[in-house]
Design a protein around this ligand. Structure first.
Ligand code: SF4
Length: 360
């Protein structure tokens, strides 16, 4: 694959469209580093006044290192993510103490600094020392994915690696500094996340996403499955050898399986020390008499794709003579009674099986 069309277009676009920002056009690693740290998780418009104040107050890395942490934090105030400010200070001190006040002059050395990750190290190495190492961030993933038609998930480790490898194949040896600036700016201004103006784009002729109507679909970022925690109190209710069971209905993760009646709670605390006033079944069952016993075991944990279930078990043992009353109560709630044999043969969720094994 030849990349010259892509790189040439970007390098021609950049001088015409680039924003005039104070950290552009310098080779000073201190200024570049400062701007990169300030701009992490921060919009340019918000970061700009902070950058100016930092440069004015601490014109060199040694002055930054010598300042008390309190002053750094005060200057940072309002920018959020205060660990960045602390890392900034720690890194400045490290440079003074271990590197005689000068930044390492290559990517590998820069990566060893506190708070400096691959993106910042690549920015400093290429802008200050013209080392051909690609900056790879969200803007770059998006542009590469759309232009080259790459469907790998940018949220996965393998996907990130693939984009990083490609970005490092593309970066030209001759002008890595200009190219890195150009691709970052192009992603920020032209190939924007939503509704980019493809009609005015210099890459449109060869852009995979534009030609295949895939602009809105690329890059692919699979949503992380959100796991919800749920807290159950299960009631193991027995009378005269019979147990109350509940058959799970349609559209249920346990459809067709049989478990016990339950109260759903909001927290771990509630299932460890049940408060009767908050539990509807607990209240109803109290009418049968004081026959409750918590299993005494730690709540059982059960993992499903989208759910983490914690369950406590309350054993309710009624007198054999109460079986009929229990049966009519159960029927009214759409539960049924199962004798030992039946309970043994019906399909049960693992959680229930684990509990039954525990009390054997
Ligand atoms: S044509 Fe559209 S999708 Fe393709 S690189 Fe240009 S702006 Fe991005």
């Amino acid at each position: 694959m030849t990349f010259s069309y892509f790189t040439e277009k970007l390098l021609r676009w950049y001088p015409v469209h680039r924003r005039d920002l104070p950290w552009r056009g310098t080779k000073d690693p201190y200024i570049i580093w400062l701007s990169e740290i300030i701009l992490q998780q921060t919009r340019v418009a918000q970061g700009l006044p902070y950058f100016r104040t930092f440069v004015e107050k601490f014109p060199t890395v040694s002055q930054l290192a010598a300042a008390p942490e309190e002053e750094i934090l005060r200057t940072w105030q309002g920018l959020g993510y205060y660990s960045r400010a602390r890392n900034l200070h720690a890194c400045a001190r490290e440079i003074v103490d271990k590197w005689e006040g000068s930044f390492p002059d290559n990517y590998t050395g820069l990566l060893k600094l506190k708070g400096v990750g691959p993106y910042t190290a690549a920015a400093i190495a290429s802008f200050s020392y013209r080392e051909a190492v690609a900056v790879v961030d969200g803007n770059v993933y998006r542009l590469l994915s759309r232009y080259f038609g790459i469907y790998s998930d940018i949220g996965s480790t393998a996907g990130k690696k693939e984009f990083e490898t490609l970005a490092n194949q593309i970066i030209p040896e001759k002008q890595p500094d200009q190219y890195n600036q150009a691709i970052m700016e192009f992603g920020a201004l032209q190939c924007v996340p939503k509704n980019p103006d493809c009609g005015s784009c210099p890459l449109r002729v060869n852009c995979f996403a534009r030609k295949n109507d895939m602009v809105a679909a690329l890059p692919v970022k699979q949503k992380k499955v959100k796991v919800r925690s749920r807290y159950f109190i299960y009631y193991h209710i027995q009378a005269g050898g019979y147990t109350v069971v509940n058959r799970r209905g349609p559209n249920d993760i346990w459809q067709g399986l049989v478990d016990f009646p339950l109260d759903e709670c909001q927290s771990m605390e509630e299932i460890q020390s049940p408060q009767p006033e908050n539990l509807s079944l607990f209240n109803e069952l109290s009418s049968f008499g004081p026959v409750f016993g918590l299993s005494g075991e730690k709540p059982l944990k059960h993992l499903l794709t989208h759910q983490k279930i914690f369950a406590s078990f309350v054993k309710v043992t009624l007198r054999p003579g109460q079986k009929e009353a229990l049966e009519s109560w159960a029927e009214g709630k759409n539960y049924s009674l199962a004798d030992e044999e039946r309970l043994e043969e019906v399909g049960k969720p693992k959680l229930i099986l684990r509990y039954l094994n525990q009390i054997k």
